[in-house]
Ligand binder design. Structure first.
Ligand SMILES: NC(=O)c1ccc[n+]([C@@H]2O[C@H](COP(=O)([O-])OP(=O)(O)OC[C@H]3O[C@@H](n4cnc5c(N)ncnc54)[C@H](O)[C@@H]3O)[C@@H](O)[C@H]2O)c1
Ligand SMILES: O=C(O)C[C@H](O)C(=O)O
Length: 319
């Protein structure tokens, strides 16, 4: 079993992976942080830079660039951010084939070198890549988790603040469903200092918050020419922290549903408790018929992508 608090990040030479690593190192969450990237010099450079930041801050975290996958051995958590980000005009789903091959290759190496780890998938299209990692690893479902709901909830929080102009730091917003165009922001489960936002914003304002949340990723892609990384990186580090500290905190994460929410065999974003075993509980919200319909639509959009992969026998299951 993994000892201590070693965390490896595959894709750490890139934007999201390096923010995940930096957040973990600066918080001193893990003693050892391993940066894996196919661009080894970039990983080596980032490791030096982060170690020097850790030295300035005097944290105990040590950051190392992996020379090979052997260096991820004994990781408690492996984060996968390897893969292409979208460009303006693209949907996350357009990354399906290019990133499925990358996530497959990475997962095979994780199974070989860190067989007891918990995998956090970040690569898009998120829910389908979580499915790819799950199938290719053969790990139990509690040990393969997709990151998106914390990020989408944080975006909704921000857009609620933009409307209210007060309550920063006191807003909690909930987004479930897949991390795509059909995600399901839930105003009914969103509050400011415990006050439901449905008491503070008009239905029209709430509809604008929901729309802005759904388009939050694309808004940043349009502005920067590549996708977001500060909030995604921080959101991922929050999941790593919950696992390493066995905190049992509740966060929306993508997890394989096997009967929960009436869904069978598709990963989707729902509230879960995160602890040392990864996803420890799945919490079923009592959705209204409209919320339920939106959730089902979101599940269907993930299933469409999985069906495309399965129709090509991507998982080698056809006889
Ligand atoms: N789930 C989310 O909420 C969320 C949020 C932001 C980004 N993302 C996704 O995360 C992924 C990474 O985004 P980014 O902005 O960091 O991209 P990036 O291009 O900056 O970084 C990707 C890194 O992966 C590396 N890489 C590619 N193939 C590899 C392989 N086979 N083995 C090892 N390393 C490999 C590249 O060298 C690069 O350094 C994208 O797919 C993006 O869409 C998801
Ligand atoms: O928008 C993207 O493509 C990246 C990520 O999924 C995000 O929501 O920031």
């Amino acid at each position: 079993m993994p000892k201590g608090s070693k965390v490896s990040i595959v894709g750490a030479g890139g934007n999201v992976g390096s923010i995940v690593a930096y957040s973990i190192a600066m918080q001193g969450l893990a003693h050892e942080v391993i940066l894996v990237d196919r661009d080894k010099d970039r990983a080596r450079g980032k490791a030096l830079d982060m170690n020097q930041a850790a030295a300035a801050l005097r944290t105990h975290s040590v950051v190392k660039a992996a020379e090979s996958y052997e260096d991820i051995a004994d990781s408690k958590v492996v984060v996968i951010t390897a893969g292409f980000p979208r460009k303006p005009g693209m949907s996350r789903d357009d990354l399906l084939f290019a990133n499925a091959d990358i996530v497959s290759e990475v997962t095979e190496n994780v199974v070989k070198h860190a067989p007891d780890s918990i995998i956090i998938v970040v690569t898009n299209p998120l829910d389908t890549m979580t499915y790819v990692a799950l199938k290719k690893s053969g790990f139990p479902k509690n040990r393969v988790i997709g990151m998106a709901g914390i990020l989408d909830g944080a975006r909704m929080t921000h857009f609620i603040y933009e409307k209210l102009g007060f309550g920063a730091g006191q807003i909690r917003a909930t987004v479930i469903g897949g991390h795509g165009d059909y995600m399901v922001p839930l105003p009914r489960y969103s509050t400011v200092a415990g006050i439901p936002i449905t008491d503070l914003l008009t239905p029209g304002e709430l509809a604008e918050v929901v729309e802005a949340t759904k388009k939050g990723g694309a808004q940043i892609v349009k502005l920067m020419g590549t996708s977001a990384y500060f909030a995604p990186g921080k959101a991922t580090a929050i999941m790593v922290e919950a696992i390493l500290k066995d905190s049992k905190k509740i966060y929306p994460c993508s997890t394989l549903l096997e009967g929960e929410y009436g869904v069978h065999g598709i990963p989707n974003g729902v509230p879960v408790t995160l602890g040392a075993d990864g996803v420890e509980e799945i919490i079923e919200l009592q959705l209204t018929p409209k919320e339920r319909e939106e959730f089902d639509r979101s599940v269907a959009s993930v299933k469409e992508l999985i069906d495309i992969l399965e129709s090509q026998d991507y998982f080698g299951e056809k006889k």
